[in-house]
Design a protein around this ligand. Structure first.
Ligand code: T1G
Length: 697
């Protein structure tokens, strides 16, 4: 049973024990109801305490049960909470560390709540595309008031127990303690053992001077913020029921909404992402208990945009950084940029001045490699040229202490070649940050053939510490993300050849949910970047056909916003992308030269060709072992390439469309003479899964 029972004098103690976070799985739920019954039948027991073993009171419903019969197997969470609330002896929750989701709802069913200071409190269900489905939307407003409760439910944000306990009039916590919460709760239980009637949250009223006006304000603001996600607005409706209906009627509303949200594709996508994010931190052949190396000091080579951004990640995590440049003015410029970035955050109120000072105090700089002899990790972020990398890594190999990890931020070069420049290839790894490096969550951890397992384990743990989503990639051209975006970009070019305009392609994929289509993105990042890469690829991979449109654009010097002209025209100083007659004419001439009669292309075809290009290349990446699982592909695209969160990533989206249908569309594209038939041959993994009626997940 994942809950233990013991008595301490006249107090029964039920301890949830379902590692890692006491998820309220069936076995734990049974342990609670059996404990309540046992205590009720024992005349020596006067009161009951419920607490959690290990690092949480409870992290909520056991989401590993979602989608399985276990989730609603009896006793379900609602009946467990009813049993607690209906107990004829007082039940006191002894809360510590983490109380979230169903865990908080369980605590709200108790008659009293004693919490340790520092406890993380949240109803994060909305982040899973759901809402608290075991009374949270009805009980939390009754103990915290309408506004605080609604904010917590709609955002899924975490608050600290002491912050909530300090709120005037709150009834969430009866007592806040600094020491051992169990002893305090047991003592509290003894004090209230004979107190009657037992206080039930359901008997309280939601307090607010103008509830309807506030709810209407909430509907307007939440509706505007959550256009692709149904759950937040539904949270408002459930909480409105807590204000306007009797408790049981409100519970009925909550239950209906919960059941409906559970079926939405958005919730399936968000639950998929929750697991995908945690699965990404698991490397199949690197045991979870692999010892990690201590990283007390980090070196960064290169104080450019990437180097400065990379350094900020470590400063933000309180890790000292020494940044190296070859010239003083480059160093000064880089340090000034870091300071400017922090000052901008202070100006926006996102960072306190003393935090800025603390972080900058951790930053030192040098022109001498010799000053790197004590770093535990060094990350190179210099120019993307293999000869420059060779010089840098040879110098690092000379200077850095044994056991120091040597990482490259390269986005296109071969990490194995870089490792071979050193006498310690086992300590070499790729750490591919995405610009802006201090903002983008994705970190591709590129595993060389010789990279040691403890180096990988160290970098993955460090990545979590600097709040990155780390995904391990093998060595190939473009690793995971850039290799896939290459096919996406090729399809975008072919669509122009065949008759689509840049704005039509962008609008179609932005309607699908991408923040920016490929052409607006090109104009933002600079079309010359792709031009440089294509020139290299024309030599290295002559059989990889590209539309010439992007080269024609660059030959006109239309690199994008930075030249006030790209795929779109720009008014200097403004970022609005205006359709360009010059580009339209260029495309017309280009199609004529190819002998292509432009055709009307549907938005659906545009979206399918762009997204299925990602899916097909992603499937190849998985079967080649470059990525260890399809959900890693999704994490890369969700956190590094703006794939719409409510779609769950390219592979998850393909699953929702049905792989059989994806393959059927690809076969259609392969018949298009202006397209690339060879590319549209379904990857063997995709063809196999489709034929077997299976999914990537
Ligand atoms: N159920 C099962 N496993 C869970 C879990 C949960 N609720 N929460 C976390 N885990 C696993 C996680 O997969 C990982 O597993 C390990 O715990 C450590 O997680 C009716 C229906 C609690 C703050 O959404 O926010 O209640 O990879 O790496 O950084 O209204 O986990 O080690 O095998 O994140 O210390 C609502 C989600 C559920 C809480 C801990 N609850 N979890 O953070 O560790 S829906 C949540 C978190 C619900 C009711 C509804 C965090 C954490 P593994 P971790 P962490």
């Amino acid at each position: 049973m994942s809950a233990t029972y013991e008595t301490r004098g006249p107090v029964a103690v039920i301890t949830l024990n379902n590692p890692p976070v006491n998820g309220l799985g069936l076995s734990t739920r049974k342990g609670i109801t059996e404990g309540i019954e046992r205590a009720s039948n024992d005349p020596a027991v006067k009161a009951i305490v419920i607490t959690g073993a290990g690092k949480a009171f409870s992290g909520g419903a056991d989401i590993r049960e979602f989608g399985s019969p276990l989730a609603s197997a009896s006793p379900d969470l609602l009946s467990v909470i009813a049993a607690v609330e209906g107990s004829d002896k007082p039940v006191v929750a002894a809360i510590h560390s983490v109380v979230m989701g169903g865990g908080l709802e369980l605590a709200l069913g108790c008659h009293y709540r004693v919490a340790a200071a520092g406890t993380q409190v949240a109803l994060p269900e909305v982040k899973l595309g759901l809402l608290p489905g075991a009374g949270g939307t009805q009980r939390l407003p009754r103990v915290l008031g309408l506004e605080t409760a609604l904010n917590l439910i709609v955002t899924g944000d975490t608050a600290k127990s002491e912050q909530l306990a300090a709120q005037p009039g709150q009834k969430l916590f009866d007592k806040l303690v600094d020491g051992d919460v169990l002893d305090a709760a047991i003592a509290f239980a003894s004090d209230v053992a004979d107190r009657r009637p037992l206080p039930r949250v359901r008997d309280l009223k939601v307090s607010h001077p103008e509830p309807d006006a506030y709810l209407q304000f909430a509907r307007n603001t939440v509706g505007a913020m959550s256009k692709n996600f149904p759950a937040p607005l539904q949270c408002v409706e459930a909480v409105a029921a807590a204000v306007n209906k009797p408790f049981d009627a409100g519970m009925k509303v909550e239950g209906e909404i919960f059941a409906a949200l559970m079926q939405t594709p958005e919730s399936r996508a968000q639950r998929h992402m929750f697991f995908a994010e945690r699965a990404a931190s698991k490397i199949p052949d690197v045991p979870a208990d692999t010892p990690v190396r201590a990283i007390a000091k980090v070196g960064v080579i290169g104080a450019g945009t990437m180097g400065g951004g990379i350094a900020m990640n470590f400063l933000n995590a309180g890790i000292p950084v020494i940044i190296l440049e070859t010239k003083q003015e480059a160093l000064d410029r880089g340090l000034a940029t870091v300071r400017k970035n922090y000052e901008a955050q202070v100006k926006k109120g996102k960072l306190a001045q003393d935090k800025l000072d603390q972080r900058l105090a951790l930053l030192t700089s040098t022109l001498a490699y010799d000053d790197l002899k004590d770093v535990d990790l060094v990350i190179e972020a210099v120019f993307e040229d293999i000869n420059v990398k060779e010089t840098v890594f040879k110098a690092l190999d000379e200077v850095c202490k044994p056991g120091a990890i040597l990482a490259s931020n390269t986005s296109t070069l071969d990490v194995d070649k870089i490792a071979a420049f050193t006498k310690r290839p086992q300590d070499v790894v790729g750490m591919h940050f995405f610009s802006p490096a201090n903002v983008m969550k994705l970190l591709e951890v590129v595993r060389g053939a010789k990279t040691a397992k403890d180096v990988l384990a160290t970098v993955m743990a460090l990545g979590k510490k600097i709040r990155k989503t780390c995904v391990v990639s093998g060595v190939c051209d473009g690793f995971i993300g850039n290799r896939m975006i290459e096919q996406y970009s090729r399809q975008a070019g072919f669509l122009l050849d065949e008759g689509a305009s840049p704005q039509q392609v962008d609008k179609a994929i932005e309607k699908f949910g991408f923040a920016m289509g490929p052409f607006r993105m090109g104009d933002l990042a600079g079309n010359d970047i792709g031009w440089y890469i294509r020139k290299r690829r024309y030599i290295e991979q002559p059989d990889m056909r590209y539309s010439k449109t992007a080269d024609l654009l660059c030959e006109l010097g239309r690199f994008g916003q930075k030249t006030s002209a790209g795929w779109y025209d720009y008014v200097p100083g403004k970022r609005d992308a205006n359709p360009s007659p010059v580009v339209a004419e260029m495309l017309e001439k280009h199609r004529a030269a190819l002998g292509i009669t432009p055709r009307r292309i549907s938005d659906e075809e545009i979206v399918q060709r762009l997204v299925y290009a990602l899916v097909n290349e992603g499937a190849k990446i998985v079967e080649e072992g470059i990525a260890s699982k399809a959900s890693d592909i999704d994490m890369v695209y969700l956190t590094g390439y703006g794939f719409p969160l409510h779609r769950g990533g390219p592979m998850c989206y393909a699953d929702t469309q049905g792989l059989f249908n994806v393959v059927a569309s690809m076969k259609k594209f392969a018949k298009n003479p202006a397209d690339d038939a060879a590319f549209w041959q379904p990857a063997p993994l995709l063809a196999k899964l489709a034929a077997e009626g299976k999914t990537f997940s």
